[in-house]
Design a protein around this ligand. Sequence first.
Ligand code: SF4
Length: 377
Amino acid sequence: MVDPGLFGVYVHVPFCRTRCHYCDFVTYTGMEGLRRPYAAALLEEAATAAAALGPEPPLVTSVFVGGGTPTVLSPEDLARLLARLRELLPFADGAEVTVEANPETVEPAMAEGLAGAGVTRVSMGAQSFDDRVLAGLGRAHDAARVAAAVATLRAAGVPALNLDLIYGGPGEDAGSWSATLETALALGPEHLSAYALTIEPATKFGRLVATGRMAEPGEDDLADRYEAACSALAAAGYHHYEVSNWARATHASLHNLTYWRRGRYLGLGAGAHEFDGATRRWNVDGVPAYLAAVGEGRRPTAGEERLDGEQARFEALALRLRTVDGLDPGEARSLGVDPGGSQATELRLAGLIGPGPGLRLTGKGMFLHGEVVARLA
Ligand code: SF4
């Protein structure tokens, strides 16, 4: 089950000023001298990837420049990248163009550069509005800097903003999380994402937990925080359209929907993944290896896999159930799940799947998404 109407371009910028304590993304601190060559290499890789799509490439419905912190590149380099993509590929009317940013990198020149380059939304890592929690997470900014960055982006005319939040961080309690939600809402973002802190082994937190110097966030606390987010955001008029995402009308992220609906997407940059509807391929993680491959005129492929029927079925089931649209009865059956079968009925009785003939998770079901999918699969 692949959505043929969606075609995204993901561009990865693997640079950050400092590394947050929970982060296991492909990103590097330092490397200032490689940033401009990297931005130039992205243009080259984009040309190679576009040529491989043939004379009639699909219309681009979304671009997402993520990281890392894309806004450590100069506004000129980011504008050149977006302009080059528009030269190489046809864009759909109203295509969504998102750039991720961190608050400490948002100066007026950057905000104006993004707005002038046709960026339709900026997704900012706010994470918390409690300075103690931000320090505990190893973030490079305080809460006031987030509010200042929002004001700067608004003043420059960036049409829509997302704020990313994390719950379950060290030092956070129910009161601090409620205050974070309140402050985030007062800034009026069009979109909000809230993710539970996960402890990855190859991070500072992973090492602290492994050596008994830090406790993992408790499941009950995480469930309470999630519920608090669901209530506060619903009360403020945000639509809970995916497990971790809320939006005001028309502001759901088209790019993320492309992933959840198994649309196709190109992946450019070190560590980027792409999917052509059948095969997933991904690039090398390291910046020097990336630059060397692009310098030789080839895609810097590190690996690829073609999903077999069973893997594709499971993936479609898991991804589609993440969104509020879920699966209608015919779609559920095409993925081998009987929407009126005993498992679905039990999950309905437990309040994890909503009423109706199809499969749509409730708020409680969304929090337990992995469990629900395992039972249905
Ligand atoms: S800003 Fe984002 S990508 Fe960079 S280190 Fe922090 S969590 Fe990782």
